[in-house]
Design a protein around this ligand. Structure first.
Ligand SMILES: Nc1ncnc2c1ncn2[C@@H]1O[C@H](COP(=O)(O)OP(=O)(O)O)[C@@H](O)[C@H]1O
Ligand SMILES: [Mg+2]
Length: 310
């Protein structure tokens, strides 16, 4: 378990991380989400003892990182995938790690296999690796010592969609076996599919936290809406209104202030065929993320609201 308590990090008069507190629990993936410059990397650097905090404290399993004996066996870290020595081959990077941690060299092949770097790629120098390959190598390095805690800074950076899916499976499996995962990203869609819990950071402050559903409920002010399309929308709208639900036309269907299950039940009662039924907050998380972090953006783009026009 990772525990962050009142963590502050200032650079001169600039406060990069402003009194943040949270915990990452065992068996869960905790996502750390925020735009560039929000303070994610700084927080992670403090976690692993690379940057001293100005105030506050971070412990992993009750210890400061620097006090953990053979830390690589307990905490796997990927901070900057480009920070590996450019002239070393992928295999050499893992060999050095394995030797430092006192691991058998068979572990290197296991890890190369796990991250799908083949024998030829492992013999190439890191300077010739794509960003995606560097990330895979970095993940292999983080997992080398079979740690129970993983701290990964923007691990999906540079991975293609298949790579992101692979990583999602890997990290979920790792958490299911009892591991603690803390990963950062500046891209919502990367995190929301992997993370059990999300911590949103903007301007060094935590602006929201919770599960995907909890965040969405907050984003929609607690009201549940459903988007539904059927073969007879007029009939369905009438039936829903009869039950006291608010109904508005939306795109080719209806937006209803009710749970999807209730809308489905009414349709079934009236024997109306549904062609689409889904929670109405789709896109809501992205709006929330942009809203919460808006004042940290340097450029203000026009953002589509994701609201289907009537
Ligand atoms: N060594 C440093 N000296 C001065 N400012 C820094 C230093 N490291 C980070 N910062 C500043 O702290 C803020 C947070 O940076 P960082 O933690 O890297 O954000 P993120 O990882 O969320 O993009 C940024 O404004 C950055 O410029
Ligand atoms: Mg960063």
């Amino acid at each position: 378990m990772i525990k962050v308590e009142g963590l502050t990090r200032a650079y001169g008069s600039f406060i990069a991380v402003d009194h943040i507190s949270f915990e990452c629990r065992q068996g869960r993936v905790t996502g750390f989400l925020g735009p560039n410059g929000a303070g994610k990397t700084t927080t992670m650097r403090v976690m692993v003892g690379l940057t001293p905090p100005t105030a506050g404290d971070v412990t992993i399993g009750g210890l400061h990182y620097a006090d953990i004996p053979n830390p690589g066996r307990h905490v796997g870290v990927l901070l900057d995938a480009s920070a590996q020595h450019e002239g070393r081959t992928g295999r050499e990077v893992l060999e050095i790690g394995a030797r430092t941690m006192g691991l058998p060299s068979s572990r290197i092949d296991e890890m190369l296999d796990l991250v799908s770097l083949d024998a030829r790629e492992a013999k190439r120098r890191v300077r010739n690796y794509s960003l995606g390959m560097r990330q895979r190598l970095g993940i292999a390095h983080a997992l080398l010592g079979d740690p129970s805690v993983l701290i990964l800074d923007e691990p999906a950076n540079g991975l293609d969609p298949a790579g992101i899916r692979w990583m999602r499976g890997l990290l979920k499996g790792y958490a299911d076996r009892g591991g603690t995962v803390f990963l950062s990203s500046h891209l919502l869609h990367e995190v929301e599919q992997i993370a059990d819990e999300m911590i949103l950071i903007g301007n060094g402050k935590i602006v929201a936290r919770g599960t995907r559903d909890e965040l969405l409920r907050g984003a929609t002010g607690g009201a549940t809406t459903t988007l539904v399309t059927s073969l007879d929308n007029d009939h369905l709208a009438g039936a829903l209104e009869e039950k006291g639900h608010e109904v508005h036309p939306a795109g080719g269907g209806l937006r209803v202030t009710a749970e999807p299950v209730e809308v489905g039940r009414v349709a079934a009662e009236k024997q109306i065929v549904l062609t689409d039924l889904r929670a109405g907050h789709e896109g809501g998380l992205e709006e929330l993320f942009l809203e919460l972090t808006a004042d940290t953006q340097r450029e203000h783009d026009v953002v589509p609201t994701g609201e289907p026009s009537a």
